[in-house]
Design a protein. Structure first.
Length: 348
């Protein structure tokens, strides 16, 4: 069924298809019994799926990655599709349009997407209005960033503002310094500025009534020395986990022609070509820290086996984005069913 829907959606540009699919889901959910039907089709409930990670209880380990619901306008709808958690954002203090269109492209032969969205969102105030309409009990994460016009020397102010204002409305935070689509943002991954930023956020966190989990989202393009620095900073600042990984600027080993890639231009690549690289980074962090840092694994999960590989590499939870676009909501169900199957096999 989803393949038919996808074939229609793929007639439109990638960005138009995204909004069309979201609107169709919202429209469908107006009909009586529609929520129950979707949950029946896609939700898997089993005690063996439940996870307690960084102090939060997840009904299952499969989440929707940031970028899909930038303005926290869809999470109630998408909670009917079997996800254990949903991450909204990336949110910036001020509304911004993002980069010029077109800025979202499919590489169908690679089952991949290239995006240079540029943190397009409606700003923190509108996001909070939407989060106040929360109906779901699914865990909600808040992915925070800085505005494009904010220079790096002032970036800490943007992140702190997002943290303070979102604090009452989300269950955990992800600090995003790894998007390749905001100029100079990845420079904040360097050890000194990263330590300063995370120390400030953690200090603010400890001043709140109760601390909330803070995670760092990292790029897949870091070398081992850079990863070691990230691990050191995460441990020094006592963060609760790492999201591995964001999109890549690497264009090697693609089936798409060089002409097609050059025509698309800059942006972060996600989907199947990222799968191996993100899994390797998950494994490196897990082994380097003896499994002491919880990891949310994301990047190139298109099948249940892809998800299992990330979990076996050391991820505590996983997230979908591009795989969800290409495979549809049945992917969430398939992954959860495979996890149950694997666990039964281990007990046998």
């Amino acid at each position: 069924m989803y393949k038919l829907i996808r074939s229609i959606l793929f007639l439109f540009s990638a960005e138009k298809a995204h909004y069309l699919a979201s609107d169709l889901l919202s429209l469908f959910l107006f009909f009586p019994g529609s929520q129950k039907l979707l949950r029946l089709l896609f939700t898997v409930e089993n005690n063996s799926l439940e996870r307690e990670v960084f102090g939060l209880n997840f009904r299952n380990p499969v989440g929707l990655a940031a970028g899909f619901d930038k303005n926290a306008s869809l999470y109630n709808d998408f909670s009917n599709l079997g996800f254990g958690f949903i991450e909204i954002g990336t949110v910036t203090p001020k509304a911004q349009e993002g980069n010029p269109k077109p800025r979202l492209f499919r590489l169908k032969s690679d089952e991949a997407i290239i995006n240079r969205m540029g943190f397009n969102n409606n700003g923190i105030e509108e996001v909070i209005v939407n989060l106040k309409k929360r109906k779901t009990t699914v865990v909600i994460g808040g992915n925070i960033g800085k505005n494009k016009t904010t220079p790096n020397e002032k970036a800490n102010d943007d992140y702190l503002q997002c943290f303070k204002e979102l604090y009452p409305y989300v269950d955990y935070f992800v600090v995003n310094v790894s998007s390749p689509n905001t100029p100079n943002l990845r420079a904040l991954q360097e050890k000194e500025p990263l330590t300063e930023l995370l120390t400030l956020i953690q200090h603010e966190n400890t001043s709140m009534a109760s601390k909330k989990p803070i995670l760092l989202k990292i790029a897949p393009d870091l070398n081992s020395d850079e990863l070691d620095d990230v691990i050191d900073v995460v441990q020094t600042c006592k963060l609760d986990g790492i999201v591995a990984t964001n999109t890549t600027i690497d264009r090697s080993n693609l089936k798409a022609t060089k002409e097609e890639i050059n025509t698309i231009g800059a942006g972060g690549l996600s989907g199947k070509p990222l799968s191996k690289k993100s899994t390797e980074i998950i494994r490196y962090i897990h082994e380097k820290t003896n499994g002491k840092i919880p990891i949310i694994g994301v990047g190139g999960i298109h099948t249940a086996q892809d998800a299992i590989e990330k979990l076996e590499a050391g991820a505590s939870l996983i997230q979908l984005y591009t795989g969800f676009v290409y495979e549809g909501p049945a992917l969430v169900k398939n992954i959860n069913q495979e996890i149950i199957k694997q666990q039964r096999g281990k007990r046998a």
